[in-house]
Design a protein around this ligand. Structure first.
Ligand code: GLC
Length: 743
């Protein structure tokens, strides 16, 4: 009897709760309806308007009087304003001085950290560690939310195969499969499990779409590609972010197939809303609506505003076109107020989801800000993420002994180069409100990790210009040293937005400085610090050791020192191909075979007269201080039906003398297709740790879903036929097997 009472009580409680939950969901919709019914058209248009504060400039225009816009209800959203104090001040104006008191949304580019900076995304992607990447996004959101922010203009998921484009620094490299997994991880990290949690932010997947395919790597340039390439290579990471729940989407600057993204109904409505069922809101990039005029797609800002509304854009970032023209467009019957209401509803829903109508100041808490920002948790993670982002490109033995890792015994070490002791450049591009005074430089890191070593620093030259006056001191320091560390590369302004470069050698006088130091005949370690792959073929032939250390953020110097002295065995693998020279670009691992694949002895094959076809370092490549051997590749069957899985296993052995991590990668090749297929496609990876001598059996499973592609009729399906598969520690893996897919 008693048991029945308990069960029925449980049922009553559950039903009550679930109806409350569904009612609270209805409650929000009802509240939005009520609010909409009270709003004037001007107040509605204000919610579709986003202006930057005067604190940071991230685009071509600034706007005077945004505080008045807020006060007059003409601007419902602000970006580039942060700190608990300043967001409270702005929020008070919106909540207490406007007619309806609708809270502001505060957005910011927290691309790889807010005040504590983590490795640039291109670097962190080289960790191939999805948990680490999600944790970085989670901690960045926690720190930014503690500073009053609600909305992160991240993840940037633009696939790119062209390192001339400076924004490769913000992305996850050239591969769609890996880029999609990283996109999902970042959305999970940014939004957490509950947007009501004040440590979570709205995510904003960007830049929709295909911005990374700008012609010639020139930022903002034209993008033109087949629908097949768009859907197979460029769209999946945006889709992955949407499927992971990204609350918002940002349009891209570029045109696609002749239509600027912010005016593309195909992208913003047909694909995003109808195909992908996206329910959040779409914001443009910075004045992207206005830019439809220079694109030659709109004749004036009124026309541009109409085109953006028709495409399905909800919010105008910095352009002021909706504010200026929507009232008239409605009066002229060109836009229906229902369309305005739908956009406003989406934005109000986001503000409700964040709990801003419960407490508009909930994110602006000075005490929490003081506890969370720059905390030990943040600093420790910056170092951990930095360690795992470093890629060891070369470590040749000299007289049977490799230069790296260095030992910590007393010796004279020369540390030379403009990146060796620079607290700003190590933060990288898009470093938000990063506090450079807290940066650990390479010099600081070495002193911290190896205090017994006498390290002498000389800048040598800048990352720009033609000044050689520092060469003499650098040469003198090098002459007095046992080993020379060269920390060279790009400064943080030489990549990122509006920073395309056609020459990817070391900028300024750094190549000359390197040559001068190399002429001394000392053992040299090259520490490359940049926001993109650089063309270092010449240097790579002259130095025995190369660490690609990107721009690693606040604790980057400690991370580099940890790897230099072996406290961490490097495990990074490239996510973007390193070309031998710019002439090879675009160059990426999953290219097509062509009808005349290269043959050394055959003139009439696809090649260059002046450089090899293969890159300097391929996608997926990275060395370790130990070594790994692959063996016993085994497939569960040699034929696989469309409704079956194929299980693959491979033995991986640590054949070296120290523990290490290896990213075991699985690639496939579809030998014959209804359309030509790439020579390799990444379909799986696992990062494993092995003690010296240890062997681990690594297993993968693939299904017909993994083998689908867009046929000539654009149907997305797998085709029976022969496949090769490859397993190894890089995209040039040659341990292979084969199977046949059958109906
Ligand atoms: C910039 C960038 C975009 C950023 C926005 C706001 O122009 O293209 O990535 O989120 O403006 O700062």
């Amino acid at each position: 009897m008693k048991r029945n009472i308990i069960i029925s009580a449980f049922i009553i409680i559950t039903l009550t709760f679930s109806s409350c939950a569904s009612r609270s969901k209805d409650e929000v919709e009802i509240k939005i309806d009520d609010l909409l019914s009270e709003m004037t058209l001007e107040e509605k248009i204000g919610q579709l308007t986003l202006f930057t504060s005067s604190w940071t400039q991230t685009g071509p225009t600034m706007r005077e009087g945004y505080l008045n816009d807020v006060k007059q209800g003409k601007c419902g959203n602000i970006f580039n304003a942060h700190t608990a104090e300043y967001t409270s001040e702005l929020q008070r104006i919106a909540v207490e001085e406007t007619r309806l008191g609708i809270p502001l949304l505060f957005g910011y580019d927290v691309i790889h950290g807010y005040k504590t900076i983590f490795p640039i995304p291109l670097a962190e992607a080289c960790s191939w560690d999805l948990d680490l990447i999600e944790k970085s996004a989670r901690l960045s959101a926690k720190e930014a939310a503690a500073a009053g922010l609600h909305w992160n203009f991240n993840p940037m998921v633009d696939i790119s195969r062209d390192p001339r484009w400076g924004r490769v620094a913000e992305g996850s490299g050239e591969d769609t499969y890996l880029g999609s997994l990283i996109a999902s991880a970042k959305v999970r990290g940014i939004q957490g499990d509950d947007l009501k949690d004040e440590s979570t932010l709205l995510a904003c997947v960007k830049h929709f779409a295909a911005y990374g395919a700008a012609q010639a790597g020139r930022d903002y340039h034209t993008v033109d590609m087949s629908e097949r390439v768009l859907r197979e290579t460029y769209l999946p990471p945006y889709r992955a972010a949407i499927d992971a729940g990204s609350a918002t989407v940002m349009t891209s600057f570029n045109e696609l197939d002749g239509v600027p993204a912010s005016g593309s109904k195909y992208l913003m409505t047909d694909v995003l809303r109808e195909e992908w069922k996206f329910r959040g809101f779409v914001v443009t990039d910075y004045t992207a609506i206005n830019e439809m005029i220079p694109h030659g797609f709109a004749k004036d800002t009124a026309d541009a505003a109409l085109l953006a509304m028709k495409a399905g854009v909800d919010m105008d970032m910095q352009g002021g076109t909706y504010l200026l023209h929507l009232q008239d467009l409605i009066d002229q019957g060109k836009v229906q107020e229902a369309a305005i209401d739908q956009a406003v509803r989406r934005i109000l829903k986001a503000k409700f989801d964040l709990g801003l109508f419960d407490d508009p100041y909930r994110y602006s808490d000075v005490d929490r800000e003081n506890q969370v920002v720059l905390s030990k948790e943040m600093m420790d993670h910056s170092r951990e993420a930095g360690r795992k982002s470093i890629v060891l490109l070369k470590n040749d033995a000299i007289d049977g002994k490799t230069l790296l890792p260095l030992n910590k015994k007393p010796k004279q070490l020369a540390l030379i180069g403009p990146l060796a002791h620079n607290q700003m450049d190590i933060l990288g591009t898009w470093h938000a409100s990063g506090d450079a005074s807290k940066s650990t430089t390479v010099l600081d890191g070495i002193k911290e990790v190896a205090p017994d070593i006498d390290v002498v620093y000389a800048e040598g030259c800048k990352t720009y210009g033609e000044d050689r006056s520092g060469f003499a001191e650098a040469i003198s320091v090098a002459k007095r040293s046992d080993i020379v560390l060269m920390a060279v590369g790009e400064n943080y302004r030489q990549n990122g937005e509006a920073a395309s470069r056609t020459n990817l050698n070391l900028p300024g006088m750094q190549e000359e400085l390197m040559e001068a130091i190399l002429d001394l005949g000392k053992p040299v370690v090259l520490i490359l610090m940049s926001g993109r792959p650089l063309t270092i073929e010449n240097l790579s032939q002259k130095v025995p050791a190369i660490l690609n250390a990107w721009h690693l953020g606040t604790k980057g110097g400690s991370a580099i020192a940890d790897v230099l002295f072996g406290d961490y065995n490097p495990s990074g693998k490239l996510v973007m191909t390193f070309p031998r020279n710019v002439g090879q670009i675009p160059i990426y691992y999953n290219m097509k075979n062509t009808g005349r694949p290269f043959k050394a002895k055959d003139k009439y094959t696809s090649k260059y007269l002046d450089v090899a076809n293969d890159p300097l370092y391929p996608f997926g490549y990275g060395l370790s201080y130990t070594a790994f051997e692959y063996s016993d590749l085994s497939l569960s069957q040699s034929t696989m039906r469309l409704d079956e899985d194929l299980n693959i296993s491979v033995g991986v052995t640590n054949t070296g003398s120290r523990a290490g991590e290896e990213v075991v990668q699985l690639y496939i090749r579809d030998l014959v297709g209804n359309v030509t297929r790439p020579v390799k496609e990444l379909k799986g990876f696992k990062k494993i740790s092995l003690e010296p001598g240890q062997t681990q059996l690594v297993e993968f499973t693939i299904s017909a879903e993994d083998l689908k592609f867009y046929n000539q009729d654009m149907s997305f399906k797998a085709e029976p036929g022969d496949f090769l598969l490859y397993v190894g520690g890089s995209s040039d893996a040659d341990l292979s097997g084969k199977f046949e897919l059958i109906n």
